[in-house]
Design a protein around this ligand. Structure first.
Ligand code: 13P
Ligand code: SF4
Length: 301
């Protein structure tokens, strides 16, 4: 075992820590984690862990969600500047104004949002349960969906609901254009196309399956197909290949790289455990409201 991996394991024991990593992390970071998952699975793992310390290898909103769900634990985000540009596309003031313009509406917030935005929302969702969450709201209720317009449009089509969409997007998934997908399909004509709902609508329309990262893994495991074209951040290929070593996975384009997700390294994980920082916490007033939105989501999924 590499020395740094051993050091991380030793520190983890000493600190009574658990390491949670998102599927978009570097393979070596995924391999050192106790649990690798999508944002829903990581939130659930944070809520149930008995560890004293949670090291969240992902981006800021994921660490905040862990802090909301496990307030008595120390939550460490190894790279404090690892944010989600899409989550930053909606701020408190803008959301207050949007709500004022639609006073009767319910607000559904993708978990890719700050705790303050979650606190101003009625219920959260992830890409794995967004359809289920919106479908659970009474039909006569108007719904404001934020911040991802692509996920929102997909959910609207799936539920037959008219949603008001916030004009946000993911810088990584939106980079994939039809030309990229057409070229990849030409190179791998046998492959089934699995796309994340954050992709552009025209890319989603050309996909065989639209699903979250965890959904892609389940789909590939249960499918009789042998080859898959993956249209989400490249990190997920590591887990896909581990789960289905006999199948072939191709990334639709090398543009599918999230620079924020890739900030975390083994060195930063070791430093976080050694120094017990950077820690992420949420003020009690924000927590009380944001937690309600997150818990409503967890009750539904
Ligand atoms: P998942 O909800 O599939 O984990 O995706 C999170 C994310 O950041 C997508 O870009
Ligand atoms: Fe945010 Fe997109 Fe990166 Fe996910 S892939 S963390 S949505 S920028």
């Amino acid at each position: 075992m590499e020395a740094i991996v051993q050091e991380i394991q030793d520190l983890k024991k000493q600190r009574q820590a658990i390491i949670l990593a998102h599927y978009y992390q570097w393979p070596e970071v995924q391999d050192v984690a106790d649990i690798v998952g999508d944002s829903l699975e990581l939130a659930k793992a944070a809520a149930r862990t008995e560890a004293e310390v949670i090291v969240l290898c992902g981006v800021h909103f994921m660490a905040e969600s862990a802090a909301l769900l496990a307030p008595e634990k120390t939550v460490l985000l190894p790279e404090s500047s690892a944010g989600c540009p899409m989550a930053d596309m909606v701020g408190e003031e803008q959301l207050v104004q949007w709500k004022e313009a639609h006073p009767q509406a319910k607000v559904v917030a993708y978990v890719n949002t700050s705790a303050v935005v979650k606190a101003l929302s009625d219920v959260c969702c992830t890409s794995a349960n967004a359809v289920q969450v919106v479908a659970s709201l009474p039909k006569e209720e108007k719904v404001l969906f934020l911040p991802d317009r692509n996920l929102g449009a997909y959910v609207a089509a799936q539920t037959g609901r008219e949603l008001e969409l916030w004009p946000g997007w993911c810088n990584t998934h939106a980079k994939v254009r039809m030309g990229d997908l057409q070229a990849a399909k030409k190179a791998y004509p046998q492959a089934l196309v699995l796309a994340h709902p954050e992709c552009r609508p025209e890319v989603l329309a050309a996909a065989d399956q639209i699903t979250s990262t965890a959904g892609m893994i389940r789909f590939a495991e249960n499918s009789t197909a042998e080859e898959f074209l993956i249209v989400t951040e490249e990190g997920v290929l590591h887990r896909l290949q581990q789960a289905c070593p006999e199948k072939k996975f191709y990334l639709a384009t090398s543009k599918l790289f999230c620079p924020n997700m890739k900030k975390t390294s083994l060195r930063s994980v070791r430093a976080a455990l050694k120094n017990m920082k950077p820690a992420v916490a949420v003020t009690p007033a924000v927590r009380q409201l944001a937690l309600q939105s997150l818990q409503r989501m967890l009750e539904l999924s």
